[in-house]
Ligand binder design. Structure first.
Ligand code: BTN
Length: 241
């Protein structure tokens, strides 16, 4: 396992991106930082993580066998891997579409995947993960953060947890390479947050109640409204309320 440990960097996703500009890295290379000065979240948000308390790391893979329209499967394997590891330590870990990891109604981990494309294919994929581990209080206005320590009342060894997560991601990646995409998609659907029953959502037209019907291979969420209407959403087009 090739792990580059940094005390501090701007963002591990960006650091890995810069390394890749200077030449190819071994697939699976991981950059991990004790502190990020400009940790990036989804939608241009800042990722809060107290120095030395959590896991903030990025991995590079070269899934050149995937086309652009299949890229969502990377989010699925990473989400499933983190869930599988966290399941060893707590109940009620779920994946909130598209790729947030939740404990009950709170967010314990976030994933930021940045793909570089050549034509229709993925040249490299940088998978950035922020997992709240030993942090006890959160300062930012990020919605509902929670850490493993807050859930379990104990501290975790960050090195051991990182290795467990990396091994599990590579296990799912191997499964994908070996033709397991169908099974991965089924497993992902089964562990979604609010998978069962009707819940409140909001889109550009307002608030409505719907249940999750499916997640398409391209990542689109398919909701079924109470009136029986199917609605399809790409990321950021709909939110839970
Ligand atoms: C989210 O907003 O849910 C995604 C958060 C992703 C944060 C991680 S921390 C390690 C990696 N480096 C970054 O700058 N961001 C990701």
């Amino acid at each position: 396992m090739n792990i580059i440990n940094l005390d501090e960097t701007h963002s591990t996703n960006q650091y890995l991106q810069e390394l890749l500009q200077n030449g190819e890295l071994e697939e699976g290379t991981c950059v991990r930082a004790g502190f990020q000065t400009a940790g990036r979240g989804q939608q241009g948000n800042f990722w809060e993580s107290k120095e030395g308390k959590n896991l903030t790391f990025s991995i590079v893979i070269y899934p050149d066998f995937l086309s652009i329209i299949e890229q969502f499967i990377i989010s699925q394997i990473v989400s499933l891997a983190i869930k599988e590891v966290l399941d060893h330590y707590s109940e009620d870990i779920l994946v909130k579409w598209p790729n947030d990891i939740y404990w009950k109604d709170k967010k314990i981990a976030g994933i930021l995947i940045e793909n570089s494309l050549i034509g229709n294919q993925i040249q490299h994929s940088i998978i950035g993960i922020g997992l709240n581990v030993n942090q006890e209080t959160f300062l930012s206005d990020a919605p509902n953060p929670v850490s493993l320590k807050q859930i379990t009342n104990r501290d975790f060894d960050l090195d051991a947890l990182l290795k467990e997560i990396l091994n599990t991601i590579f296990k799912f990646y191997l499964k994908l390479i070996q033709g397991g995409a169908g099974e991965i998609r089924k497993q992902y659907l089964n562990c979604l947050y609010r998978r069962v029953g009707f819940h409140s959502y909001s889109d550009e037209n307002g608030i409505f109640r719907a249940k999750i019907e499916d997640v398409q291979d391209n990542g689109r969420l398919c909701l079924l409204t109470e009136a029986g209407e199917k609605r399809l959403y790409y990321f950021k087009e709909v939110s839970h309320i």
